[in-house]
Ligand binder design. Structure first.
Ligand SMILES: *Cc1c(COP(=O)(O)O)cnc(C)c1O
Length: 239
């Protein structure tokens, strides 16, 4: 199984890297400023091992339970592999799972309410640490999408940035599922513009932009993404 994922990555990883590099250079960006997060949700440990063996060190999961299971099992592959992993929680986080998320994830991309942020901040403070997070913004306005509403996001992120125990490293969004490049570009540009306003309003807000998935990777990189979250294009369809 591990061999199958390794072979798959031999062809998919260069394609994804080329797509990032092509999109970056088309707008004069350095491809090195775009971090590739391998989203392994729905795939077995063999996929994670293959990703690490291929030199990827940022792994993303969208559910806390699956993240916990994989964090627990990965040390079994050997000390060098597990220590190098940076774990990203990219999916919606329920309040009652905030503690596990704070304990397990190096970065939580999906902080979508001030209440959740307050809870995470309190948990991190009690542990004497600080949680690195991104504020998720619903830039598309679709009712089904999680995220701070675009209209109030600026004010809410500023409130979240005041919480001790949290470090707001930047923003995250999910674009609507479309191939309309104009819609994708304007969705991602809105997040970048919001980031620019926030960064100049409050030095505590970081400049990261987590945007771009398999379907909209190039558009996201052209609009300034610093972290792309890629599953399908690397590991194939989920079972
Ligand atoms: C699943 C998922 C991804 C990866 O999506 P692909 O289309 O498989 O690349 C990225 N971000 C989030 C939040 C996800 O849930």
């Amino acid at each position: 199984m591990s061999v199958a994922y390794s072979e798959l990555l031999l062809s998919t990883l260069p394609r994804v890297r080329d797509a990032i590099a092509g999109a970056a250079s088309s707008v004069g960006r350095d491809p090195e400023t775009v971090r590739l997060i391998a989203v392994t949700k729905g795939h077995p440990l063999a996929a994670l091992r293959a990703a690490l063996a291929a030199g990827l060190s940022d792994l993303g999961e969208n559910r806390v339970e699956e993240l916990a299971a994989k964090v627990a099992e990965l040390p079994a592959v050997g000390p060098s592999a597990s220590t190098a992993v940076r774990w990203h929680l990219v999916g919606h986080l329920q309040s009652r799972k905030a503690r596990s998320a704070v304990e397990l994830a190096d970065m939580v991309h999906s902080v979508d309410s001030v209440r959740l942020a307050e809870r995470m901040a309190r948990i991190a403070r009690e542990a004497g640490s600080s949680a690195r997070v991104l504020a998720q913004v619903n830039t598309s306005g679709e009712a089904a999408k999680y995220g701070l509403p675009a209209a109030s996001a600026e004010e809410e992120v500023l409130r979240i940035a005041e919480l001790s125990g949290l470090r707001v490293e930047g923003l995250m969004t999910m674009a609507p599922l479309t191939n309309d490049q104009t819609v994708l570009a304007s969705t991602f540009a809105r997040l970048r513009e919001l980031r620019d306003r926030l960064v100049s309003a409050d030095e505590r807000v970081g400049g990261e932009l987590s945007m771009g998935m398999t379907n909209d990777l190039a558009a996201a990189v052209r609009e300034g993404s610093t972290m792309v979250r890629i599953g399908t294009a690397l590991f194939g369809e989920r079972g």
